[in-house]
Design a protein around this ligand. Structure first.
Ligand code: PGA
Length: 252
């Protein structure tokens, strides 16, 4: 398989006012350095910052994404945001099916698939999140749970170009806990085999990100694991220094 360009994606979640934009500017400037040409950096900002953030970084390698989109292209959905609106702000991608949305908003796999299709239809890359809970990890069903999420959340139209998978064990998100390197490798190998089997050539080189307490101190060893093609980073993406340090781990 051809070398896969790493994607280092930040997820600001419900954090970030205009006052946070200089942090983004600092990331964008650092990422113009030659040593980062081998990776794709992305920050998924809150919807309120999409337009300003995208304009701010437009002349740099840093790209901007959203954290969710509605499944419908437009219509009577007060308070919701369509994929076309996100694209219109200058963003290139959106996260769908993050475990916090699955938990807080009851999003099921079918909802996630519809959102991923809507994102693709609007010309956005869909970053589709999957991952087991602590209990599922402990009872030995993690691989099975993730397979079933992939089966239900990925559309048959998913390709390497329009889709990224993010494996985020729910129990590792924001907790400081991280699976063993062996467990991460086993899951990523498993997801790669699933993609090869279901999508064949269309899925060749599809990126599989690891997310969950990824930080400068553990990024190098995690990003070096076979079939880990980048990261989805929450807390450590809020500070330019931390995000840049993680990007450095991906290229050296
Ligand atoms: P964390 O979040 O890096 O703060 O654990 C990751 C995520 O939820 O995407």
């Amino acid at each position: 398989m051809a070398d896969i360009r790493p994607l280092i994606a930040g997820n600001w979640k419900m954090n970030g006012l205009k006052a946070q934009l200089p942090e983004l500017q600092q990331m964008a400037e650092a990422l113009t350095e030659d040593r980062f040409t081998g990776l794709d950096p992305l920050i998924c900002v809150p919807a309120t910052l999409l337009g300003t953030a995208a304009s701010m970084v437009s002349a740099t390698p840093l790209t901007i994404g959203a954290q969710d989109c509605h499944a419908a292209p437009s219509g009577a959905h007060t308070g919701d945001i369509s994929a076309a609106m996100i694209k219109d702000c200058g963003a290139t991608a959106t996260i769908v099916g993050h475990s916090e949305r699955r938990a807080d908003h009851g999003e099921r796999d079918t909802d996630v698939m519809e959102k991923a299709i809507a994102a693709n239809d609007a010309g956005l890359v869909a970053i589709v999140c999957v991952g087991e809970t602590r209990q599922q990890r402990e009872d030995g069903s993690a691989l099975h749970v993730v397979t079933s999420q992939l089966e239900g959340s990925l559309s048959s139209t998913a390709t390497t170009q329009n889709t990224v998978i993010a494996y985020e064990p729910v129990w590792a998100i924001g907790t400081g806990l991280v699976p063993s390197l062996n467990d991460i490798e086993q899951m990523h190998d498993h997801i790669r085999a699933y993609i090869d089997d279901r999508f064949a050539q269309a899925g060749e080189g599809m990126r599989i990100l690891y997310g969950g307490s990824l930080k400068p101190s553990n990024a190098k060893e995690i990003l070096a694991i076979n079939n880990v093609n980048g990261g989805l980073i929450g807390g450590a993406s809020l500070k330019a220094d931390d995000f840049i340090a993680i990007c450095e781990s991906a290229v050296c």
